[in-house]
Design a protein. Structure first.
Length: 347
């Protein structure tokens, strides 16, 4: 099978690329290499004859058409997206052009390619999205595939729009689309501006560890390699036109998560005195900060047999150790635009 993976130099995309190549798939990684992309994310498979790279922006429809003609993929896994909520608050334009217009371009290119090849039954287009499109939960309940959309940030609104486009291209044109919505991912190669890497790297640098508001916001944490495994399963076995929610079943408040990371660091790299938790500082909350996300993964479990294999405690242990062992990866990324600076206050 030949897979075209968009955003394969990013965090989740690179996990998909590494897993697919390890399983013997031929993978073409299409990526614009914007600020959050890192070619080193796919270094473990970069020398494989099964791997190749296309430096293309999904906002360029002509370039996309050329890639489809040259690559002739059996399936598309669409992960390319702007994904940082705080950046979407300060600069929503890139989120509109990449997540909405870029997805439109990709769907169009895939449709024309699929039609030109005689509409093969084996072709698949997997659109990868987020649970943030569903809005904010109270203390009870979980998101299901039938939860109404209620996005609250420019990021989640742009992803909701892309979800609707993907469904429309299936319903109107018959394009064989599948869709997934996942909970918060974490693990190796997570870009340093996201919460878990920020906590780890600020802690070991002796800097303040920022926690938005009172730290009570709850997220469901999904280990990125579990997510990659789920995506390849949906691609191969999922029902066309159907969506699948992928969750880690690992809820933590932000404060609980930060405290757990600090405790792991206390054990792995102890300070001379005190705890890394002493560096926690509560800061002004993000505008429109959703209170709680939680996914019910019953559909993917019952239909496809997937369930998360890594608990949040196991995953955090692995993730902290990976960052301690891979300074050569994360140190240069901290110098990129906006990393390490508080974003999302421009309202």
């Amino acid at each position: 099978m030949k897979l075209l993976v968009t955003g394969g130099a990013g965090f989740i995309g690179s996990a998909v690329v590494r897993l697919a190549v390890s399983r013997g798939a031929q993978v073409v990684n299409l990526d614009a290499l914007t600020y959050a992309a890192c070619p080193d994310n796919v270094a473990p498979v970069a020398d494989s004859p099964l791997y190749s790279f296309a430096h293309v922006d999904i906002r360029d429809p002509e370039a996309l058409a050329r890639v489809f003609e040259e690559v002739e993929p059996d399936a598309v896994l669409h992960l390319a997206a702007e994904s940082h909520v705080d950046r979407s608050i300060d600069g929503p334009g890139d989120f509109i052009t990449t997540n909405i217009v870029g997805t439109f371009n990709l769907l169009n290119a895939a449709r024309h390619y699929w039609v030109s090849r005689g509409r093969p039954d084996t072709f698949r287009f997997l659109h990868v999205s987020t649970d943030e499109v569903f809005g904010s939960l109270g203390k009870e309940g979980k998101f299901t595939e039938t939860t109404p959309y209620d996005p609250r940030s420019p990021y989640s609104a742009s992803k909701a729009s892309s979800d609707h486009l993907a469904r429309a291209w299936h319903e109107t044109y018959g394009l064989p689309v599948l869709l997934t919505n996942c909970s918060n991912n974490y693990g190796p190669y997570h870009f340093p501006e996201k919460l878990i890497p920020v906590v780890i790297l600020n802690a070991i640098a002796g800097h303040d560890i920022p926690v938005y508001g009172d730290g009570s916001n709850v997220r469901d944490w999904l280990y990125v390699e579990d997510h990659a495994r789920a995506l390849l399963l949906v691609l191969s076995n999922g029902q066309i036109g159907r969506s699948y929610n992928i969750g880690g079943v690992n809820e933590r408040s932000n404060l609980e998560l930060v405290q757990e990371i600090c405790a792991i660091l206390d054990a792995k790299r102890p300070l001379g005195s005190g705890s890394y938790a002493d560096q926690i500082r509560f800061v002004t909350d993000r505008p429109g900060h959703d209170a709680r996300y939680a996914i019910d993964p019953a559909r993917i479990r019952e239909e496809l047999g997937w369930s998360p294999s890594v608990t949040v405690s196991e995953g955090l242990e692995r993730t902290v150790q990976w960052y301690l062992d891979n300074e050569a990866w994360w140190r240069p990324l901290q110098q990129r635009h906006g990393v390490g600076r508080r974003l999302g206050t421009n309202v």
